[in-house]
Design a protein around this ligand. Structure first.
Ligand code: GLN
Length: 468
């Protein structure tokens, strides 16, 4: 199921892209009624592309599933929201989709997610429930839960997700797959429906670290259509993949191993760290002293930006429009009331509050200053170490519904992933064994590796060593 092995079979002629798609469609019909990862898929459109695919390209003939907040020309783009599920079809390809096509890949499948990517369980999707393939009573994680669950369920070969505070890495960890959030500015967000623009990044969810490198290679690079996208050379991400970790300094932040971590997660992460040490890495205890402020900082900044970004959903330009408005104000109000779910409304209210003139300095301005301190913690750490190792999430996948009506508890579980977005640095989640948890057995856990800005090549190299 890896891109690498399918590419070999495609080139040798043992399999065709058409056959891969037909197999996937069969697997989806067999298992996705339980998993619920796919919101939709267009087999005919994909087969048409497969018929004229160029196998000489790096991802030639490989179908890639796309989170439903990334625009694919002519396909739905619901963002997991009622607002966009009735009548919206994408009028253009996101830059990442254009780049995937240019590398020969075929976008196939629209993956469930938390509404507008707000959540950590995919339970905030207004459209359907996605279940963890390792235990259907449990969440797949989120917000890119559909992308992670499909890869784990082998109904997708690889997928794109988006990560604003952990939404690629955490579902990858819960589903036992690889998930990479690139550095801020490494990958264009043109055509990604914005959640929090200073934090959002698109990245791959895959079976292997090598596959993540292959997809990053295809989607990274400058895009004049996204003013935050960096004009920096894209290295060869496969070149140093097998270089090992001998002589590398890997930091273990003491703040990431405190109370509240499930003992099974801790045991598996410790074992992964020991494995890297056995391969010659030097393990160094470090400190990221502002970690304790990360969740509060994020949950001021992200809702503030979201409240601004979501103002475009007004019932006029696109998506849901209320049936019989009495006047224009009523049209805005009712369309937004009917179209948005409870978590999205909570964030809009929170965001407009922290941005309001009376509270701006106390909340938003302060959060921005703490964000700088968090970024400096990492800059300081990376003068001592090449990368940082930690758990991805405090626990393995919990049961569906366990945090119902407890959003704060849910927010706190983002503690290990959020800082990377605030600092703009890359992070990868690699499977590191399974554990029992809360009545469940053999639930996946993940090792998170964080690196300095634009340090993806080194990150992938370490991840590859952790995966072996
Ligand atoms: N769980 C975080 C939130 O709810 C992060 C989501 C994300 O990365 N899109 O905001």
């Amino acid at each position: 199921m890896s891109i690498a092995s399918l590419r070999q079979q495609l080139i040798s002629g043992d399999i065709t892209s058409t056959a891969i798609l037909e197999n996937l469609a069969r697997e989806i019909s067999a298992r996705d009624p339980i998993t619920g990862a796919y919101l939709s898929y267009d087999l005919d459109a994909a087969l048409e592309e497969a018929a004229r695919v160029d196998l000489s390209l790096p991802l030639g003939g490989i179908p890639i599933a796309i989170k439903d907040n990334i625009n694919v020309l002519g396909q739905p783009c619901t963002c997991g929201s009622k607002f966009l599920s009735e009548n919206y079809k994408s009028p253009y390809d996101a830059t990442v989709v254009k780049k995937l096509r240019a590398a020969g890949a075929i976008p196939f499948g629209r993956m469930n997610q938390d509404e507008f990517a707000m959540g950590s369980a995919t339970e905030n999707s207004a459209l359907q429930t996605t279940r963890n393939p390792h235990d259907p009573e449990r969440i797949p994680g989120g917000s890119s839960g559909g992308s992670a669950a499909a890869v784990a369920d082998r109904t997708a070969i690889a997928a794109l997700g988006s990560d604003t505070g952990g939404s690629i890495r955490q579902p990858a960890s819960h589903c036992g797959v690889v998930g990479l959030k690139p550095s801020y500015g490494r990958v264009s967000r043109y055509g990604l429906v914005a959640f929090a623009s200073s934090l959002d990044q698109i990245g791959p969810l895959t079976h292997t670290v090598e596959d993540a490198a292959r997809i990053l290679q295809a989607i990274a690079g400058y895009d004049p259509a996204d003013s935050t996208c960096l004009d920096a050379p894209v290295p060869d991400y496969l070149a140093q993949l097998d270089a090992g970790v001998s002589g590398l300094k890997l930091g273990v932040p003491k703040e990431y191993f405190g109370d509240g971590i499930d003992p099974g997660v801790r045991r598996n992460v410790d074992a992964a760290i020991q494995k890297l040490a056995a391969q010659g890495a030097e393990i160094i205890e470090i400190s990221l002293p502002n970690t304790e402020h990360a969740v509060a900082t994020y949950y001021v900044i992200a809702p503030a930006e979201a409240s601004s970004n979501l103002s475009r959903f007004d019932g006029i330009r696109y998506g849901h429009r209320t049936a019989n408005p009495s006047d224009i104000l009523d049209l805005y109000k009712k369309s937004r009331d009917e179209g948005f779910g409870p978590e999205v409304k909570r964030r809009i209210i929170l965001g407009t509050y922290v941005l309001s003139s009376g509270y701006y300095d106390a909340y938003y301005g302060r959060a921005q200053r703490i964000r700088t301190l968090i970024r400096r913690d990492f800059e300081e750490a990376f003068t001592q170490v090449d990368a940082i190792l930690s758990p991805v999430a405090p626990t393995p996948a919990r049961r569906i519904g366990a945090f119902a009506n407890d959003p704060l508890h849910e927010y706190l579980s983002d503690i290990f992933t959020i800082s990377a977005n605030l600092a703009g640095i890359p992070g990868i989640s690699v499977p590191c064994g399974t554990t029992d948890f809360d009545g469940g057995t053999a639930l996946p856990t993940g090792l998170q590796i964080l690196g300095p800005h634009l340090g993806e090549a080194r990150l992938l190299q370490i991840a590859r060593a952790a995966e072996l």
